[in-house]
Design a protein around this ligand. Structure first.
Ligand code: AMP
Length: 181
């Protein structure tokens, strides 16, 4: 019998306690990426509801969102937009500040990466407080993108990120939830 999606993901995601600081349970997807079946399954399940939906571009958040987003872009025959930490992109950029657990940081994308009206799916590995994804959504909408969905393998619902994006009217897809943070 085929393992359920939950079983596949639970056994492929590694949890590292107290990384990068005490009290955090780091959900490490490198083990999922290294497992051909689990990686493929995660990508297939993320895109499943959007098969047949017109999506022009996938926007991936540095760095794990690049790996998942690249695979999803291929699957959906869409282009790919890298959203990066400030100072990494070589051409003319737009920048937005976003909140982290402690303090703020800035992320950027190329100004010409998306055209007004293009339909974009945002991708990252995990949504926690939603600060990162919210910043990425603001960048994309500022450039006129229509955000079709935001997709994450992992949801930490206790931190409220998913609810925050949904309150902005974004359709959120996640595959597995873990309690706590
Ligand atoms: P947030 O902005 O709070 O939603 O945090 C999401 C970003 O931080 C994503 O890019 C995640 O990769 C990373 N992140 C936050 N919490 C964790 C965690 N417990 N395990 C792994 N990555 C995390």
């Amino acid at each position: 019998m085929n393992p359920t999606l939950q079983d596949t993901l639970l056994s492929a995601i590694r949890t590292i306690p107290d990384y990068p600081k005490p009290g955090i349970l780091f959900r490490d997807i490198t083990t999922l990426l290294g497992d051909a079946r689990a990686f493929r399954r995660a990508v297939d399940e993320l895109v499943h509801p959007y098969a047949g939906t017109k999506i022009d571009k996938i926007a991936g958040i540095e760095a794990r969102g690049f790996i998942l987003g690249g695979a999803i872009a291929h699957q959906l025959s869409a282009g790919f937009i890298p959203i990066r930490k400030k100072g990494k992109l070589p051409h003319d950029t737009v920048r937005v500040a976003y909140s982290l657990e402690y303090g703020v940081d800035e992320m950027e994308m190329h100004r010409d990466a998306v055209k007004p009206g293009e339909r974009v799916m945002l991708v990252d590995d995990l949504i926690a407080t939603g600060g990162t994804a919210d910043g990425a959504c603001r960048l994309l909408t500022q450039m006129g993108a229509d955000i079709v969905a935001a997709c994450f393998v992992i949801d930490l619902p206790d931190l409220g990120g998913r609810a925050k994006l949904e309150a902005l009217g974004v359709d959120v897809r996640t595959l597995i939830a873990f309690e706590g943070h």
